[in-house]
Design a protein. Sequence first.
Length: 279
Amino acid sequence: MAGRSDGDLDGFRAVQRLAYACAEAVAAQLVPGVTERGAARMQREWLRERGVRDWFHVPFAWFGDRTAFTGFRVPLQFFPTDRPLEPGMPFILDLAPIHRGFGADVGYAGCLGPDPLHDRLLADLEAHRALILREVRERRPLREIYGSVDRLMVRQGYANRHRAYPFGVIAHKVGRVRERRWSPRLFGFGTQSLKGLASDALHGHREGWSPLWSPYRFSDHPPRPGLWAVEPHLGFRGVGVKFEELLVVTDSRDPQESAFWLDDDLPHVRRWQEERAAA
């Protein structure tokens, strides 16, 4: 990104790893009977014990067919419920902490017990990670890349579930946030982060770009330099899986430096590597 600081990237990488460590720790503690609200509270408490005081959004948890956003119509349905986890159920943990002025937004998909279908969906996410990086490096419009992800999902036999998010976004920009001891929240989102997103939206509107990566006309522009939290979300017969992680976009003419995933040492990436090694 323009004026990129490796120190800044280290800061974003550290908070992303912290968020994924939280997701893995909480996932390991999930047992039958834990509710979505309970899982969300476990994430908040784990992160607060490690110094997190602010959020892009508070932690979410979805169990069962809610991982595929079945029947979701209004934003309030995204918030955790009293649904209990049962053996064999899929789950998704989604958390976006801010720590030391750096933010991350991650998604972790798991299942309470073995499930070949869930394993297959997780494996098929790898192709989306590769496709997104390749087409961002080609500087295709974000709206066009969104369409490429859609078509890949159709070929795989899945439904696009990130389209159920507000504005149908597959990604949004992430930036530095001014630290405060306490930051108020609005509908589960930290106001400091919302101010930053609103500022990006205002500047982007004037300059012809958007901080939201969607299937709509306002995303019909090449990738904007910066960090993007990207979350392709597959759904099939009431089972949903996704990852969410930071993609770095720069103004470099070198293809390898023009875009890259911030970190390859993440749970879903390690899983794919282990599966290939065992094949």
